[in-house]
Design a protein around this ligand. Sequence first.
Ligand code: V55
Ligand code: FE
Length: 489
Amino acid sequence: MSHFPATFGFTGTLRPLRLQGDILDVEIDGDVPAELDGAFHRVHPDNQFAPIFDDDQFFNGDGMVSMFRVRNGKVDFKQRYAQTDKWKLENKAGKSLFGAYRNHLTDDPSVAGQWRGTANTNVMVHAGKLYAMKEDSPCLLMDPNTLDTQGYTDFGGKLAPKPFTAHPKIDPRTGNMCAFSYMAKGPMTHDMSYFEISPTGELLFEIPFMNKYLCMMHDFGITEDYAVWNVMPCVTSLERLEKRLPYFGFDHSLPTWLFVLPRRAGATAADGRWFKAPSNCFTGHVMNAFNDGTKVYFDLPIARKNSFPFFPDVTGAPFDPIGGLSYLTRWCVDMASNSEEFESIEQLTGLADEFPRIDERYAGQPYRHGWMLIFDGTRPYEGPGGPFVGVINSLAHIDLSTGDTKTWWPGPQCGIQEPCFIPKSPTAPEGEGYVVALVDNHVTNYSELCFFDAQRVDEGPIARAKLPVRIRQGLHGNWSTAAQLGQAA
Ligand code: V55
Ligand code: FE
């Protein structure tokens, strides 16, 4: 007796998958580069059981982790649920116990006080573990090879249990994982903290600070010297929860901010600086950031208006789909300036884009190559539609030294998921390598993991690992090498 809602969010393109399993030696068209030895892990929301509320939203699904283990030109596929505390409690009960997205007031009383995390947003290998993350809960550890869940970590007892961002960055110079927590002292607290985790998984230092307002803090950037947060008024309040409103709503009357904090042990909130964007705007995922002395550069897609229809305008104003399109933009602020004003704002492309990625070996450094997904409204779409799909329909490479872009469109039946860059070798120049991305056919209902020459995405995939199912629309994922997996030859 599993009655999923017959709604847009659970039918057609967004029909739940809920499939755990293994496929050894996936069927391949073309040639997967023989030098690749590692794994692409990615995650999508996929409710274990039918939701309590029919209007349950996509971001509330349980994390389903996929692994594509690539070696010797072959691809093995594995897919497992992230067994969060929530997943285990519901698995035992045989039904959903947790209610609406981030609204604990809607939960079954038997789960009061439990972490509500779904680990559905990002997966990344660090210190020999797969970190599975959701921004409202601590970091869940999984075995990166078997996908067995080990549970939430407190980093050897050094980091008090608190929410952990789904968008940590690894500093390529130190190997440290740079991460943060918001609502760090509990739901609806303005407390935040920045921290770094060593290559062996130990907490190195933590810097607490306070936010401007209670809002979604989804992503951030690092530079060699600073951690940088875009702070936008996608706001929440206890009152919203009591009224059973969507957890977040967008407030176009509040400023959008940038907070810059020195990234060193011993720095305090007083060393950080707030800069005010010239106008309210919606800030998306961070492509990269870097600093040149006191000048801090921060690259991310920006939209004039709210991009999340499911977190509507607080005034009740209707969603503006054109205003909600975002464009990769470079913000610059100067830590030596005497004002809270930005130094400059430069739009870097005319293509509407999101899900920006880089060659992660250049995280926090000046860089040249970026990849992202494009909303190409001129292309036809033949699938059943749904949020994020049918509209995110192309892959792009951008050369930031020239602004030149190359794009690839997978055809009218397909959507495409976030790309991930893989260096050709550890010492290859920036951007030399491959990009992988899942291409989902919403008519035939099959997905393919497509491999591209990273700087020639316009030529289409050089290889496709063809799955006999369609993987549900997901969020984020990352590549790890055989050495990072503890499987080096
Ligand atoms: C985001 C995604 C989330 C979430 C909060 O894309 C923000 C942004 C997949 O869950 O809970
Ligand atoms: Fe994200």
